[in-house]
Design a protein around this ligand. Structure first.
Ligand SMILES: NC(=O)c1ccc[n+]([C@@H]2O[C@H](COP(=O)([O-])OP(=O)(O)OC[C@H]3O[C@@H](n4cnc5c(N)ncnc54)[C@H](OP(=O)(O)O)[C@@H]3O)[C@@H](O)[C@H]2O)c1
Length: 248
């Protein structure tokens, strides 16, 4: 059984942020797919769970060389058909971020948001897109967020997170345009997982209805289903967990 039948057989899949709530659920679920041969699980510590299909490694966005080394290592195993960037930053767990007011903006805080939510995924695209096969369906997907939609911003707040995710959406759109010129079956998208019960959302779960707070496993299953259904016409856009396109 597989949630990814549209890709064919013997898939190599890369997950960045494999230590996170959603990233680790994706690794678990990918490991269980019959047509997935290998899951490359990258995290800052390099210490995610083990498994016979799982190849672990370290990536820290503060060290660009770590991304280069990771991509070189994956390349030695052949093409990789799906890359999922599941890294992200909203708060540091010490009361810093997200900003409710412009008065709370700091250069360091904004730099961290952009480093993790925009620059890291952009560098992941730089080094991992060349590993995608040209002759079959391939997907580069980065976890974005609905709050990165400029037209959907009705509440304000969360300046750095919103802006860095909006910038990520623009990077994905630009990447999709370039990639479509010589890789017609490669699809580049942003994905919104819904509100998911992880460390990232934990301080903000109080006002979320029980049926709107997803378990990581539930979100991961929906994300793989969305990825499975993607076609080249979808490239450049951001999709929610239920497959609905999110406006820019
Ligand atoms: N949870 C939600 O409700 C929700 C809603 C909308 C969108 N999202 C998006 O979904 C994605 C995953 O979120 P999550 O809820 O799973 O968050 P999470 O549990 O906090 O996981 C975040 C991941 O990002 C990694 N990371 C942070 N800084 C990094 C850096 N400098 N270099 C490399 N990796 C770094 C973390 O690694 P370490 O373990 O080393 O810290 C961890 O693997 C994020 O992009 C988030 O914005 C989540």
């Amino acid at each position: 059984m597989t949630l990814l039948p549209s890709f064919g057989d013997r898939l190599n899949v890369v997950v960045l942020g494999a230590s996170g709530g959603i990233g680790s659920a994706l690794v678990d679920l990918l490991d269980a797919q019959s047509n997935v041969e290998r899951v490359f699980a990258f995290s800052r510590s390099g210490q995610t769970r083990t498994g016979h299909k799982i190849v672990r490694g370290a990536i820290d966005y503060a060290d660009e060389d770590s991304i280069v080394r990771a991509a070189q290592r994956v390349a030695t195993w052949g093409p990789c058909h799906l890359v999922i960037v599941a890294t992200g930053f909203l708060h540091d767990g010490q009361g810093n971020g997200p900003e409710k007011s412009y008065r709370a903006l700091t250069g360091d805080g904004l730099a961290t948001s952009f480093q993790v939510n925009t620059i890291g995924p952009a560098l992941a695209a730089r080094y991992f897109v060349p590993l995608l096969p040209r002759e079959s369906k391939a997907v580069f997907a980065a976890l974005s967020a609905r709050v990165g939609s400029i037209s959907d911003n009705r509440l304000g707040g969360w300046y750095g997170y919103r802006a860095s995710k909006a910038a990520l959406n623009m990077l994905i759109k630009t990447l999709a345009i370039e990639v479509s010129r010589n890789r017609k079956d490669t699809i580049c998208v942003g994905l919104h997982p819904g509100t998911v019960d992880t460390t990232l959302s934990q301080p903000f779960q109080a006002g979320v209805a029980e049926d709107k707070l997803f378990a990581s496993e539930y979100a991961a299953g929906h994300l793989l289903s969305v990825i499975n259904g993607l076609t080249p016409d979808d490239s450049g856009h951001t999709f929610a967990w239920d497959g609905a396109r999110i406006p820019f």
